[in-house]
Ligand binder design. Structure first.
Ligand code: IPM
Ligand code: MG
Length: 351
């Protein structure tokens, strides 16, 4: 039976970058069943919800799901749980993709596109393992309530259980084993109980099963600083949902552009993975045809690696993106003038 890939183009530049993913898939001409569904703001406009039950069911039944981007100013005044972003959180939770792998690798040809000095970022290769279905994004209680004095109170809860921490930590240790063999676990155990539990559980799991891996711990504020001071000290960074969101955006800029960074969200073995470029819907450039499709295409490569059992194609697609950049095809975010379509064509050409 063919593998199945569900594409969720979404909003803003999402459909533009997924359009180039289609061209790569066409050029590869593999036996994969590719389909699309509405997702995000476009889902709200068309079906009344950011993600329908049917789309959730199709995502859970696919081998891999690849999303473009969600959100935009036209939906920002929408009530909280009907926003496009709520659809993404619902999808992540329904797929139970608790481990989000976010590689931050500096392409040699782009070492000068970083806001940091070349010597700090040349050869940079960090893997973030971000917890994706827990913490303050999902914890209860949450909400905004009215107070008797006429003021209001906003509440979010940062919650992690032993098992939440252990399963994502396992992914980080296993990932590090395939890489540099070092995990740096990041939290705020100096001010947060859930951060202290995080540190204790990671330490315990390490002693039990991963003594071959070098484990260190770092407070999240220090990590934010170390990432711009000496980013090459890191191999694999394990962190929670919120810190992982912030730190992976920061690391993305070290590599030159958000337009280059893919991600893979993985759950239990044998379940589908969710793949997303790290960038958002970029409303400022949506519709102009100038977005960089590299992050979406590199996310497709990760889907081949982790969900479609095709490492050779993953490597082939990654090399094609790297070659297109080496050969001088650059969108504006990486210092060039290529359009989305030209960048996509150069990548297809390099396959
Ligand atoms: C990301 C994004 C999302 C997140 C938003 C769009 C909900 O910023 O994937 O990093 O905060 O997780
Ligand atoms: Mg983010």
């Amino acid at each position: 039976m063919n593998k199945t890939l569900l594409l969720l183009p979404g909003d803003g530049i999402g459909p533009e970058v997924i359009g180039e993913v289609h061209k790569v898939l066409d050029a590869l001409a593999l036996d994969i069943d590719v389909s699309e569904a509405l997702f995000g703001g476009i889902g709200i406009d068309t079906e009344g919800v950011p993600v329908s039950d049917e789309t959730l069911a199709r995502a859970q039944a696919a081998d891999a799901v690849l999303m473009g981007a969600v959100g935009g100013p036209q939906w920002a005044s929408q009530s909280f749980d009907t926003r496009p972003e709520a659809g993404l959180l619902k999808l992540r939770a329904a797929m139970n993709v608790y481990a989000n792998l976010r590689p931050a690798r500096c392409f040699p040809a782009l070492a000068d596109a970083s806001s940091l000095k070349r010597e700090l970022v040349e050869g940079l290769d960090i893997m973030f393992v971000r917890e994706l279905v827990g913490g303050v994004y999902f914890g209860q209680p949450r909400g905004i309530e009215d107070l008797p004095d006429g003021g209001r109170r906003g509440v979010n809860s940062h919650v992690y259980t032993t098992e939440d921490i252990r399963r994502v930590a396992r992914t980080a240790f296993e990932t590090a084993r395939q890489r540099g063999g070092r995990v740096c676990s990041v939290e705020k155990s100096n001010v947060m109980e859930a951060g202290l539990l995080w540190r204790e559980e990671v330490t315990r799991l390490h002693a039990e099963d991963y003594a071959d891996i070098e484990l260190s711990h770092m407070l999240a504020d220090n990590c934010a600083m170390q990432l711009v001071k000496n980013p090459k000290q890191f191999d694999t960074i394990l962190t929670d949902n919120l810190f992982g969101d912030l730190l992976s955006d920061e690391a993305a800029m070290l590599t030159g552009s958000l337009g280059l960074l893919p991600s893979a969200a993985l759950g239990e073995a044998g379940k589908p993975g969710l793949y997303e470029p790290i960038h958002g819907s970029a409303p400022d450039i949506a519709g102009l045809g100038v977005a960089n499709p590299s992050a979406a295409i590199l996310s497709l490569a990760m889907a081949f690696r982790y969900s479609l059992d095709d490492e050779a194609t993953a490597v082939r697609v990654e090399r094609a993106v790297e070659n297109a950049i080496d050969n001088g095809t650059r969108t504006a975010d990486i210092g060039g003038t290529a359009t989305t379509a030209q960048m996509g064509a150069a990548i297809v050409q390099s396959l």
